[in-house]
Design a protein around this ligand. Structure first.
Ligand SMILES: [Zn+2]
Length: 42
């Protein structure tokens, strides 16, 4: 997943609307991407 795609999934993530696979991919990217980690995980 690219940062752009992760960015698109942030809102549904916050609203708990991600499907299992999307959630898995999103978390996997964010945990491995310092830029996204800092931007999204509060
Ligand atoms: Zn990223």
């Amino acid at each position: 997943m690219e940062c752009r795609e992760a960015e698109r999934l942030v809102m549904p993530y916050i609203q708990d609307q991600l499907s299992g696979q999307e959630l898995e991919d999103f978390l996997e990217h964010v945990e491995g991407c310092p830029g996204c980690l800092r931007r999204y995980i509060i």
